[in-house]
Design a protein around this ligand. Sequence first.
Ligand SMILES: [Zn+2]
Length: 410
Amino acid sequence: MDLIVKNISLLFGENLDYIDNGYIIIKSGRIKRVGSGDYREKDDGPIYDGEGILACPGFVNAHTHIGDSIGKDIGIDSSFESRIHPIHGIKNKILQKSDRKHLIKFMRSSAISMMRNGIVVFADFREGGLQGIDQIKEATSGLSIKSIVLGRPEHYYDISRDFYNNPKFGLNVIRLIRNILKFADGLGISGANENTDGSLNQYREIVQKKSMKKKYLIGIHSSESPESEKKSMTITGKSEVQRIITNLIPNFIVHLTNASDADIKLVAKKKIGVVVCPRANGTLGVGIPKIAKMLNFGCRIGIGTDNIMINSPDMFRELDFIWKLNRSLSDKPISARDILKMATVNGGKILGTNSGAIMAGYAADIIFIDKNNLDISPMHDPHTSIVHRVNTNAILNVMIDGKFVDGGVI
Ligand SMILES: [Zn+2]
């Protein structure tokens, strides 16, 4: 059955063009038709009046680690490495020591919070091998938010010890990666410094093997801190990006906060997506991603909120932070519309989903915003209003695959 919303303001298509008065027709969880002006035709199905409402595409949170939801703000003043290093960091210790039930409870809270804040899809770098995947599946079961789970085998090398010997994964690790891919949507790899050239190559080979029936995603962190970049250059003579591009060729790279201009250009040239996490970088004090430059060089940029331990999974705060930072730092600021695209259509494209735009063929993943909200009205510039004024209070409801997540109507 169709569902029709008429008299609604909306951000249309991949360019998020503002339509003041239009309609959206939804069928089987997808957007069937969108238009401006009055809706006159006769479609069967309930008709909602969208008077006073702005429809914005649902957000795509392109990088999270919800597994550490239990560790909010622990060790906030310790060093970068001691907090989130995959082997000896505080984060790993907390995860090891926590009760499974508690871990799952707080992961589920994060997923619900994201959904209420307009996030319709999130891509999670899931630690903990098969067990970790099992946990996130349980934590999100029955929720309509869509999770893209990128697993990893928890097998790390250290370039300061292993780079020149260049060891490769043994058969047991290869088998584990294959098993992970039976349940995950791809691989979320820690970083180039925790891999040899050989192991980076192996990840790619396993995913591309002809016997693999699915198209898997590969994401990897890179150039997050000045220290990690320096370590790479000192030991390998190459930047993290250079090693990643030579050996792995991922679908997207997370951070690039401390990448050189040459590296950013290389990522753009290879058409590898970039996912920036500016607020997480801010908490860790590792620098500010050069988003205006990335855009100028032609990168496709998505936004992620990264570890829950160090940052809240709130895309509205992320948009506001990027917009204001960028206006402070750059002579030629990025438009609010371009920033909003990063949180919606670009993230969707990087992850290969059909979320992120209100146009025919896309999933009906929509945030319904109250234009009469105290903080927004009168709304003179919809893109700017969303980027730095809208918050949870102004959300009337969120729709995922054609269904309202909080039940009821808008
Ligand atoms: Zn991360």
